[in-house]
Design a protein around this ligand. Structure first.
Ligand code: BGC
Length: 670
């Protein structure tokens, strides 16, 4: 299921926020805008004294015309004041605190105007906010009910320190179990990759990446000094191919993208190969691109370029591919198009991320873990070979290099604790799972990754909407909210459809710090069919979305903590050999980034490479992870400071190229 839905049909701009209110009432103290001075002036003038009917009529006439003139003057004055007030400098406004009026939105910040990302010019600074005794909200109790309900739902996502610690213990237990037994929850797949790169590798390689929403094809020039140049193309995978009847449909589409990429970016190479074929010559070894195939689904790897698909995840569901060698499926379609490409290595995106981070990361410490927190989630880490007993004691395993004493293991942690021994479980998690294509599996992933967080939020919102008495995303008349219009969720709102809420909305919520939540309101209006959203609606959604995001980050910390503790890196930081230690070289890497918390000696750093939309775009994700890491006794404040987390952007492409390089060397005997 693609995470980005097509843009919703544009609806007419809602009327600009109204600025005149004639109703009397109360605005809750937490409202963002100050009182309206007109409440006072719009009161009726006192009644005239009683006298003779005629005189009374005359007096009444003259009074009513005076009254009319007076009223017109007052209205004009009010309009002028209202026009000028937002434009007054803040200092002046401070002086008139009790009479100032702030509009909910200025005309230049309509819900569809990107200028909204600026601070709305008409809203007061926090020190200018005054307690509101105004007119907007009559139904204060209704607002309180919403606040309480939002809090109740967000509390359901709490995952406290105790739960984190229990889950870490379970993670370590499942790690060990997976290293000696097959078919366990944590698959712990040996990858046949036995060394991490050192930054000196050189050459031109190709890589493709199938793992979620997009298919990427790239060529990578490794410069041999920890840097590289990358050319890439990206195409969204059509939804129908994710659930195609046969794997041929998907894999022939992939091969066609490779062909298009070669024609566009390696024209000479491609056409000289075609010419050679036409004259009946065979392709030379140099002409063939070694391709690293990043395939980000659980695969039982039986060699560096051979692996049987165990199951699909992330919404893919093509039955006939399960149990087949995915490299062979791709190679068959590449050969059908006569492309000069050899699938040299099969790589999980986490392994690619680990390799890429190790190639580019500063300092001499080899990277311990590559992790993805994107559409899906998973991690691969450097394990001691003698602990991978299910490989070392098996007679069916393919050949691998034993000299480093290590192997990268793909944990497939998305399926950690499918039995829910320690994972949190809310009614929304249960419903999401029951309606997914793979109920009962990838339970960890379904609580952490981008494919699912939007859906969890959607289910929580729908849960609240089921209560007809709750003033949530709807109200009865314009006096009930701060935008002076009737809030309404439209029948065709994506909020009513499965997968209708994109996880990027959680990032938007976490990034909007108020005070009036303009960006959240704007997004709800533009993308989710809710008009005239009140600040309280936005705040309620923000509260729940924040709790879902925080829980995801704390769960992510469970996996990181489990691996850091179980590999013994806290006690023996250089336990993991890197190729440079083996070969005694010191490549010209950059300087070590400071963690910002005091200087940590380089050899004490535990390096982790991460990639994916959550780590990249969800505000505060790493902070939540770090907080939870500190709560794990074995790590604590000291251990947490030693953990360096760095983005390995597009790691899957570069990493796959690096593995293709090693595999290519093996294939050609170099
Ligand atoms: C897959 C993993 C992959 C992860 C991140 C999961 O759904 O099972 O193989 O590494 O997503 O892309």
């Amino acid at each position: 299921m693609p995470l980005h839905r097509p843009a919703r049909r544009q609806e007419p701009d809602p009327a600009p926020a109204k600025t005149i209110s004639t109703t009397a009432g109360e605005l809750p103290a937490k409202a963002n805008c100050a009182p309206n001075p007109r409440q006072a002036v719009l009161k009726s003038p006192p009644a005239p004294p009683s006298t003779s009917p005629r005189r009374r009529r005359d007096t009444a006439r003259s009074l009513s015309s005076t009254h009319a003139i007076f009223s017109v003057l007052v209205v004009l004055l009010v309009l002028a004041a209202q026009f000028l007030a937002p434009r007054l400098p803040h200092e002046l406004l401070k002086l008139s605190k009790t009479t100032q009026h702030w509009r909910a939105a200025s005309p230049e910040t309509t819900p569809r105007d990107p200028l909204l990302f600026k601070n709305p010019p008409t809203c007061p600074r926090p020190d200018q906010q005054v307690e509101f005794k105004g007119t907007f909200y009559k139904e204060h109790d209704r607002s309180m009910a919403l606040v309480e309900q939002a809090k109740r739902v967000s509390n359901e996502f709490d995952f406290d320190a105790d739960h984190v610690r229990k889950a870490v213990k379970e993670f370590i237990r499942e790690m060990d179990e997976g290293l000696h037994t097959t078919g366990t929850e944590l698959s712990q797949i040996p990858t046949y990759v036995t060394a991490v790169p050192n930054g000196t590798e050189k050459g031109l390689y190709m890589a493709v990446d199938l793992g979620g929403t997009n298919f990427r094809v790239c060529s990578i020039q490794l410069h041999g000094n920890t840097t590289f140049s990358l050319t890439q193309s990206k195409v969204a995978i059509p939804r129908e191919l994710m659930v195609a009847k046969t794997s041929t449909e998907l894999f022939s589409f992939l091969a066609k993208q490779i062909e298009a990429f070669l024609k566009a970016h390696h024209e000479d190479h491609y056409f000289s190969h075609i010419k050679r074929r036409e004259t009946g010559d065979k392709a030379t070894e140099e002409e063939i691109f070694n391709l690293g195939f990043t395939f980000s689904f659980p695969v039982q790897q039986i060699g560096i370029n051979k692996g049987l698909l165990m199951r699909w995840t992330k919404g893919f569901d093509i039955d006939d591919a399960v149990g087949k060698d995915v490299c062979a499926l791709l190679q068959t379609e590449i050969d059908a198009l006569h492309l000069p490409v050899r699938v040299a290595a099969l790589v999980n995106d986490t392994v690619g991320t680990l390799m890429a981070r190790s190639y580019t990361s500063p300092g001499k410490t080899g990277t311990l873990l590559g992790a993805i927190f994107g559409t899906g989630t998973n991690g691969a880490y450097v394990e001691k070979l003698d602990k991978v007993t299910k490989l070392t004691s098996s007679n069916d395993s393919g050949a691998y290099d034993k000299s480093t004493g290590e192997m990268i293991v793909n944990t497939e942690w998305g399926s950690f604790d499918n039995a829910l021994r320690t994972l949190p479980n809310t009614p929304y998690d249960t419903e999401l799972d029951a309606k997914s294509v793979n109920p009962g599996i990838q339970m960890f992933e379904k609580r952490i990754s981008g494919m699912f967080l939007g859906e969890i939020l959607r289910l929580a919102i729908v849960g609240l909407l089921k209560d007809p008495k709750l003033p949530f995303l709807r109200d009865e008349h314009s006096a009930q909210n701060d935008v002076h219009s009737t809030t309404q969720i439209h029948d065709d709102s994506p909020i009513y459809n499965q997968w209708g809420v994109d996880t990027s909305f959680l990032s938007i919520c976490a990034g909007d710090h108020g005070p009036s939540y303009q960006i959240i309101k704007q997004t709800l209006d533009r993308d989710y069919g809710v008009s005239a959203v009140s600040a309280e609606d936005a705040e309620a959604i923000r509260e729940i979305a924040g709790a879902i995001g925080k829980r995801a980050a704390r769960l992510a910390a469970v996996a990181i903590a489990g691996i850091v503790i179980n590999t013994g890196r806290l006690n023996s930081p250089t336990a993991g050999a890197t190729t440079e230690q083996k070969e005694g070289i010191a490549p010209p890497r950059g300087t070590v980034e400071s963690s910002g918390k005091g200087d940590i000696p380089e050899e004490d750093i535990i390096d982790i490479g991460v990639d994916g939309s959550l780590v990249e775009f969800y505000p505060g994700f790493e902070d939540h992870v770090r907080q939870a890491l500190r709560e794990v006794e074995e790590i604590g404040e000291t251990g947490e400071k030693r953990i360096r987390i760095g983005i390995a952007k597009d790691g899957s492409g570069v990493g796959a190229a690096l593995i293709a390089l090693v595999a290519g060397r093996v294939a050609t005997g170099n």
